[in-house]
Each structure stands twice: as structure tokens, then as C-alpha cells.
Write a protein that binds this ligand. Structure first.
Ligand SMILES: [Cu+2]
Length: 306
């Protein structure tokens, strides 16, 4: 008899405890979710830190019901951002067309109503280190707290695995200290000279200076080349007597504004003397200071021609 009473109390307790622990999840409201941007996430990758950071969107993983409303707001007072569905591989984005806020000015918001369950990754077109995930779940999942928890755990695990892979990929890219080669070519344009820089790696940050007769005719610092080729217009025409001396100094390789995470040759100087008779296809590399050679992929493309 006594045992029975004790065990009933036990059962009662277990039920109460179970209900108490279930309650927050069972009644959690995922009909609406708000996602915001982290302040200054456009200037610094601190929020991402090779995806080991807390995230550049808050919450970085959001959960919403099918048919619920996701409100995406750019709360960053210092910059413009997008919420674009899809994934980013390194710097190369792959939008999947599910939603795209377009460029949101600070304070602007966008609403998205998901129509199907699943995991929806997204990123910022302007700052590809900003990535987030929206987990869209069937509204009915709410009633099964256990399923829900399991689902979330599975999703979290998946996200963690994806993050890890991304992290590894980034680390891999960073570990390879590439050999930076810069080719400088020029072409005469109306009243000036167009300088074309060809790099063997993407995302080179550099200073560009051009002098003629000891006078600076062009000077820009903190330039960034998204592509392998960058062109700059110089308002001076070179001649035999007055050649233009072009100097490119590398600052590092990586996303603009994130010098903490830049890799690769820093302070490497490449110069060229731009004179008219070399014409549009002449290319000169007078000095290529190679700081480190680990991996060269596009070497054959950038053999200097004199
Ligand atoms: Cu952004």
C-alpha cells in the first residue's frame, strides 16, 4: 500500500515536472520572428570570425512556422545590408531566389512569409561574411514538444556541421599564403592614361601611386579589387621625356575593411614605367617581390612580358 502511494506521488511529480519542462517549448510562438543586423557588421567581420562568431544577424538561427512572418530589419546605423536567400562559398554567393530584401538602408525592413518547411540559409550580398539561417517548421510541430526539440537539435547539428565545413574551408584558404603577382599595363585615353592592374588572386587590397617628373599625379590608398583586373584613370599622359611611374603596394588579401583577417603579401611593391610606345598591349613588371610561395594556381597567366 505504502509503496503504491509513494509511486503514485512519484508519477504525479514526474507528470508535473514533465509538463513544466514542456510548457515553454509547447507554447513557444513561432508565428512571427524578427531578425536584425549587427552594428558595424559591414565594416568588420568580428561578428562572423570565420563563422565562429555569434553571427552578423540576430538571431543567427531563427525559427518560424510555415505561413508565419519573418521580419528582416537593418538595424545597423552604420551601413546598408541585404538579406538574400542562398549560400556563400568563400566570396562567391549563390542566391536561390526564395527571397531577397534588396539593399536595406538603415532602419528599413522586409517581410517574408515562408511557404514550405525546411532550412533556409541567407546572406548579405554586400558583406558575404554575414550569413544566417531560418528554420521553417510546420506549425503542427508545436504540439509535439519532443519532436520539436529533436527537430531543432537536428537542425542545430546540421548547422554546426555546415559551419564547421565553412570554417575549415576558410581556414584552408587563409593558410595558403599565396604568391601575389601584379601586372601593370596602360593604354592612352583622351587626355590621360588608363592603368590596368592584373592580379593573380581576388580581393587584393592595395595603394596605388603614380608620379611623373617627381610629382604625384595619382594617389589612392586602401583600394580593393573584387576581380582579377582593376582599372584606374590617371589624368596625365606619359612620354619618353616624362614617363609615368606607377607603384602598387599590397596591403593584404581579403574582404575590404577587415584588415585584421587579411592574408598574404603585405608591403609587396610592384612598379612599372608607363611610356606611350608600349601601347595598349605592352605589359611591364619591373619588380615583383615575392614574399612567400606556397600555392600558385594562376602562375602561367601572369608571366611577365617585357
Ligand atoms: Cu551587409
Amino acid at each position: 500500500m505504502k509503496t503504491k502511494a509513494i509511486s503514485s506521488i512519484f508519477v504525479l511529480f514526474a507528470i508535473a515536472a514533465g509538463m513544466a519542462s514542456m510548457a515553454p517549448d509547447a507554447f513557444a510562438d513561432h508565428a512571427e520572428v524578427a531578425i536584425v543586423t549587427v552594428d558595424e557588421s559591414g565594416f568588420s567581420q568580428t561578428c562572423a570570425e570565420a563563422q565562429g562568431g555569434s553571427g552578423c544577424y540576430v538571431p543567427v538561427t531563427a525559427t518560424v512556422d510555415v505561413g508565419g512572418v519573418v521580419t528582416m530589419t537593418n538595424t545597423d546605423p552604420t551601413g546598408v545590408h541585404t538579406f538574400t536567400s542562398g549560400t556563400v562559398d568563400g566570396f562567391a554567393p549563390s542566391p536561390d531566389g526564395v527571397f531577397d530584401t534588396g539593399v536595406l538602408m538603415s532602419g528599413d525592413a522586409f517581410e517574408w512569409v515562408p511557404e514550405a518547411a525546411g532550412e533556409q540559409p541567407y546572406y548579405c550580398m554586400l558583406h558575404t561574411w554575414m550569413i544566417g539561417t531560418i528554420i521553417v517548421q510546420e506549425a503542427a510541430a508545436e504540439e509535439h514538444a519532443d519532436d520539436h526539440a529533436a527537430e531543432e537539435a537536428a537542425a542545430a547539428e546540421e548547422a554546426a556541421a555546415a559551419e564547421e565545413a565553412e570554417h575549415a574551408a576558410m581556414e584552408h584558404a587563409e593558410a595558403e599564403d599565396v604568391e601575389l603577382m601584379v601586372m601593370i599595363s596602360d593604354s592612352q585615353v583622351m587626355g590621360g592614361t588608363q592603368i590596368e592592374l592584373e592580379f593573380n588572386v581576388l580581393h587584393v587590397n592595395y595603394d596605388l601611386t603614380a608620379t611623373q617628373n617627381g610629382e604625384v599625379v595619382f594617389e589612392e590608398t586602401g583600394l580593393h579589387s573584387m576581380e582579377l583586373i582593376a582599372t584606374h584613370q590617371i589624368d596625365a599622359v606619359g612620354s619618353d621625356d616624362n614617363p609615368i611611374n606607377v607603384k602598387v603596394e599590397s596591403l593584404g588579401i581579403g574582404a575590404p575593411g577587415n584588415s585584421d583577417n587579411w592574408t598574404g603579401p603585405v608591403g609587396q611593391v610592384t612598379t612599372a614605367q608607363v611610356v606611350p610606345e608600349f601601347g595598349t598591349i605592352a605589359m611591364m613588371v619591373l619588380a615583383v617581390a615575392i614574399i612567400s610561395i606556397v600555392a600558385v594556381t594562376a602562375k602561367s597567366r601572369v608571366v611577365p612580358r617585357f
